[in-house]
Design a binder for this molecule. Structure first.
Ligand SMILES: [Fe+2]
Length: 191
């Protein structure tokens, strides 16, 4: 059975799945790099090429093909949680906590190895990237499908809620910005 049919077979029956059910379905599909690579879109000008390969009312699965030496913007996943599966390459991963103004502050950097996966809890803010020139391919399994994702621009002290077809970068197309949030700039030192 081809890989897209296997995703449909194992993910279509899931309704309001928890993390364990998502992980079990992934393990049943057991996709390989040669199966996923032809489905991946080119990054173009963005940090990653983004292709939705499965979507139901309860689950969304997105293949990301990472540009060399690029990081995505810090972001949450709306009200969703999910698993990030690293199929190829090594991912540079930064995790953030939110300060008293709900602005992200990084607290941990780690490297996610090829063949591993990590859990993105609801509300988690993180950024990812490919710090090498190597093929870096990840598959993201979210429940429910992502809606209302917030993307942060740390330099501009701003965030925006992006449309469902946008990745983790500040949209150039204004129509993809559903709401913009400005945070107070930090007080200059010595003031
Ligand atoms: Fe993410």
């Amino acid at each position: 059975m081809n890989v897209l049919d296997r995703f449909t077979t194992h993910f279509s029956p899931l309704t309001s799945p928890g993390p364990e059910a998502l992980a079990a379905a992934w393990d049943a599909v057991a996709p390989t790099v040669p199966e996923i690579l032809p489905l991946a879109g080119p990054p173009g000008v963005y940090p990653y090429g983004r292709k939705v390969i499965f979507a139901s009312d309860d689950v969304e699965i997105i293949v990301m093909n990472w540009a060399a030496r690029r990081m995505c913007a810090p972001h949450d996943h709306g009200a969703s949680f999910g698993w990030v599966n690293i199929l190829a390459g090594e991912v540079e991963h930064t995790l953030y906590t939110l300060d008293q103004n709900d602005f992200p502050v990084s607290y941990l950097k780690r490297r996610e190895k090829s063949g591993s996966r990590y859990f993105a809890a609801r509300g988690m803010v993180h950024s990812m990237g490919n710090s090498s020139d190597d093929l870096t391919l990840t598959v993201h399994v979210y429940a429910p499908p992502i809606h209302g994702m917030k993307v942060y621009d740390l330099e501009k002290c701003a965030a925006c809620v992006v449309s469902d077809d946008c990745g983790a970068w500040w949209p150039e197309d204004q129509r993809q910005i559903l709401r913009e949030i400005r945070f107070r700039s930090p007080e200059p030192a010595g003031s």
